[in-house]
Design a protein around this ligand. Structure first.
Ligand SMILES: NC(=O)c1ccc[n+]([C@@H]2O[C@H](COP(=O)([O-])OP(=O)(O)OC[C@H]3O[C@@H](n4cnc5c(N)ncnc54)[C@H](O)[C@@H]3O)[C@@H](O)[C@H]2O)c1
Length: 421
């Protein structure tokens, strides 16, 4: 069964790198390093292959993917030779990217071009257009399933999210052209109400509203978020349990991040930054309850491009009141860290959907800074949950849909409707 992967923010750095990477794996010009699902334990699951993904998406700007990929490669990632190898595939995908909505996106609006869906439609109409784009994508490419993944710019949080605590309240607000529902929740609603899995890789609200959780449960659709855990926060969730386990008293944890890409630019705005700060800072709350000072800063440093530097200073106390310090510097390629996780999440969300495992996906907690429905932030314990999920499923054969498709493949029936190449 061919999987359609629909990216919200499809022309951005993370999306472009994910698509370049998947196509590069198919062309044999890169390997699967960085994909969690390519190694044990997840490799034991019968997951859809990334080389068979068909990509499409929404964005609010029009820059061709080839240009975005070329711009990224001037910072070294992806390498120019890899971009060349997949350039034609990117042109095909370009044709499948539709203009979306930037309702309540704050500073991200500055990236947006003309003809946004809301210029012509009510909120309900915007949702219907998003759904029509998804249906068209599915039918045109004969896809067995479409997973929707949000990798759009950070947006401000709604002031009163509790107003959308039930499905009825959310839908009433939608019909009322409510002026607070953020774009990410419109995309989430459009996907979930049509029975399509939704993954929120951003700090945005997305499906994290009571009404949308209720909808996902009722429809039996998998959804999960939020905010991919890729760099500094990944380190925190690995290191903080070490201090706690050794009964070392952490007095302060100061984290300063600087980055130069458009994500960094949008995060310059205080309202757009609020969600990101909450998810980056929140990780330590449960792991180090006695922490006296926990601060995260994010600043835009244009010359760094897609590279992010995080400097963390941890001041702690040991036996006999001895004060000590850990300082670390993390220099990461922002998109190279995020892109493989986007591909992993597409595979795992499709797998859960195929098995009728609707609602939140707690076994995916290790992928997120603020895993929905999960209070555990200890990375190693989150990995244990993922291993337990695999253990419970590893003996499973493919579902009947998967079997049918693979039989067709072996029969050489030309069933690979991949149009990216
Ligand atoms: N890179 C990482 O390690 C990492 C980790 C966790 C989360 N994230 C999140 O992933 C997201 C993408 O990051 P990026 O570096 O690719 O940013 P980016 O600015 O390069 O790309 C974002 C894309 O989203 C588009 N967009 C903005 N609002 C939109 C809307 N309402 N609908 C459709 N498209 C919209 C923009 O036009 C842009 O093309 C950000 O929210 C970021 O915080 C990234």
């Amino acid at each position: 069964m061919t999987l359609g992967v629909w990216l919200i923010g499809a022309r951005g750095n993370v999306a472009t790198t994910a698509m370049v990477g998947a196509r590069a794996i198919d062309h044999g010009v890169t390997d699967t390093t960085g994909l969690v699902t390519a190694r044990e334990p997840c490799a034991r699951l019968d997951l859809p292959g990334v080389e068979e993904f068909v990509f499409g998406g929404h964005d609010v700007r029009t820059e061709p993917l080839r240009e975005r990929a070329a711009a990224l490669s001037t910072d070294g990632v992806p390498p120019a030779s890899v971009v060349d190898a997949v350039a034609e595939d990117l042109d095909h995908i370009d044709d499948r990217i539709r203009t979306g909505t930037a309702v309540n996106c704050g500073r991200a609006l500055e990236l947006a071009g003309d003809d946004l869906l809301e210029d012509e439609h009510s909120l309900r109409g915007v949702v219907e257009r998003i759904q029509a784009d998804l249906t068209d994508f599915e039918r045109s490419h004969d896809l067995g399933r479409v997973v929707v993944i949000n990798v759009a710019s950070s947006e401000p949080m709604p002031a009163t999210p509790d107003r959308y605590d039930t499905r009825a309240a959310f839908e009433a607000a939608l019909d009322d052209d409510d002026d607070e529902i953020p774009a990410s929740s419109l995309y989430a609603y459009a996907a979930l109400s049509d029975g399509r899995p939704f993954v929120n890789f951003t700090p945005n609200t997305g499906s994290a509203l009571g009404g949308l959780e209720e909808l996902a449960e009722a429809r039996g659709v998998p959804h999960m978020g939020r905010d991919g855990k890729t760099g500094e926060t990944l380190l925190k969730s690995a290191l903080a349990p070490m201090f706690a386990g050794r009964n070392l008293h952490v007095m302060s944890w100061e984290g300063h991040n600087i980055l130069g890409n458009d994500d960094g630019l949008v995060l310059e705005d205080e309202e757009n930054q609020a969600g990101k700060l909450a998810s980056k800072g929140g990780v330590l709350d449960g792991l180090l309850p006695d922490l006296e000072h926990n601060r995260v800063r994010i600043d835009y440093t244009p010359s760094l491009g897609d590279w992010k530097t995080a400097w963390d200073h941890v001041h702690f106390q040991g036996f006999l009141g001895t004060e000590m310090k850990l300082q670390l510097t993390w220099e990461g390629s922002d998109s190279a860290l995020a892109a493989p996780l986007v591909l992993d999440l597409a595979r795992l969300a499709a797998y859960a959907d195929e098995r009728g495992e609707g609602g939140l996906q707690p076994h995916l907690a290790s992928f997120f800074k603020s895993p929905m429905g999960v209070d555990e932030h200890d990375l190693s314990k989150q990995f244990v949950t993922l291993e337990a999920y695999v253990e419970a499923h590893a003996g499973d054969g493919p579902t009947s849909v998967g079997e049918r498709d693979r039989t067709a493949d072996t029969a050489g029936a030309g069933t690979k409707p991949e149009a990216d190449e």
